[in-house]
Design a protein around this ligand. Sequence first.
Ligand SMILES: [Zn+2]
Ligand SMILES: [Zn+2]
Length: 186
Amino acid sequence: MARTKVCKVCKRDFNPMRSMQAVCGPRCAIQHNAKAREKSARKALRKRKEALKTKADWMKEAQAAFNAYIRARDYGKPCISCGCYEQDRFTGGHFDCGHYRSRGAAAHLRFNVFNAHGQCKRCNRELSGNVVEYRLRLTERYGPELVQRIEHDNGARTFDAQYAKRVKAVFSRKARIYKKIFRSSL
Ligand SMILES: [Zn+2]
Ligand SMILES: [Zn+2]
């Protein structure tokens, strides 16, 4: 005896004739198939676009995802350098993701979560990272050992396109989790 199912298209109950049947009848089947074709076309397009991306593209997207994650993680916390609280929600309005050792000087730490924090735009841009103050609060937050470890980390690391792609995926997912937490707490 077949159990009643809900049609994927019209959402009405129906009694399937076959176990794999997803829609109630031919009218809904046409719509269902059209949707499936659209979906696979979108997927194919996305794949073609991704195939055209260079390593530089992936690195840029990975950095944007990482920075957005840092801003979400440090939402509600004070600026890592001056201690001010001037920040907007996840837009990056007044807060930047500020790297302690800059991406220029220490490119291998560009995706290191201990090397990057929510920082006000004044400290990040006008005061070039406000590094002396950054160091004080970084030490307060994690203790001197970790700060020294960051300062002495000169291990050369190269990131390939695959790695950047993974970084993007991982930090996008992590940022979504933080955004969910903060939204539900408001
Ligand atoms: Zn239907
Ligand atoms: Zn600041």
